[in-house]
Design a binder for this molecule. Sequence first.
Ligand SMILES: Cc1cc2nc3c(=O)[nH]c(=O)nc-3n(C[C@H](O)[C@H](O)[C@H](O)COP(=O)(O)O)c2cc1C
Length: 327
Amino acid sequence: MNTTQALTGDEVGILLAAAVDAPSMDNTQPWRFEVAGPVIDVKLDEDLVLPAADPASRAVRIGLGAAAFNLRVAAAMLGHESTFAVTPDRAEPDVVARIFLTDRSSPITELSCLYGEISRRHTYRGPMLDHAIPPMVISALTGAAEVEGAELHWLDDDATRKLGQLLHQADDLDLHDEDRLRERSRWVGCERPHDGVPDTALGPMPTGPAMIRDLAAGFGPPDRDSAVFGPQPRIAVLSTEIEDERAWVRAGLALQRVLLTATSSVLAASFLNQALEHPGLRAQVRDLIGRRSWPQMILRIGYPAQAEARTGRRPWRDSVDRIGVEP
Ligand SMILES: Cc1cc2nc3c(=O)[nH]c(=O)nc-3n(C[C@H](O)[C@H](O)[C@H](O)COP(=O)(O)O)c2cc1C
């Protein structure tokens, strides 16, 4: 393996365009990037945190981990090996992940195969088809989380029903929390070409009881479409053994590996994280998965039954602090 001297401008464009396609809570895109030769830093943008819903910046770090995973996938597609450090330097607390690229000889790796899924993946909040996910696909998704050091717990019917009650309580708490409502309305609803979650990506309102998260609850457009949500889709909880800032970034890498693997099987996911944004309810979700690990994301996974709406992104250049590349 050779050391990569520096990236070309074209390579930087491909890498950072992939990074910003990652999911982030409320699509705030809370990242900044710095490229120095073959090293890419993923930094936390303090102006894009969500103090009311995410006071510890746990979700922010999950989004940054997902962006770092996309960088690694794009690097693999371009023929680079990558090594990875989480919070590499105490002197630079805003650097959440550092990726070192080196050249490699073999063209195809398992990571590069996921590159095509990056632009296909998006959060899908509509009804799912009544098709069971084959056991082979379930184990591929579970394995994807494990490769990144996380766990994916598939809830059975009883645990899913209990989770439904917790979601209900979380929705109720959120509706009575003015700070959260104000914060979310800054990012959710209306037309939003470059960030936030536009009306078109909110998904329809269910005609009956359904396990969803309505991101615009309390302030959303009155004329939303409605749809029958049908039977329960599968719910999986992504968790980490450790609960600290590094583990949150690791959870983001695992999340994105799971999501890209799901996309490659034509599956779609949305998130029911309202129950993780209140410590008391999060503790009860932890009970549901056996108390050994910390729940980081709640995924609702299935085969989408409707056309898919997308969120926008800021141009990747707007999230760059510095680029040092080959002339
Ligand atoms: C840490 C994290 C938490 C999220 N929580 C929720 C959630 O609770 N409900 C939801 O519908 N979407 C949630 N999302 C999805 C984001 O809203 C979504 O990624 C963002 O709007 C960008 O859209 P995209 O995923 O379609 O590219 C979350 C994403 C991340 C990374």
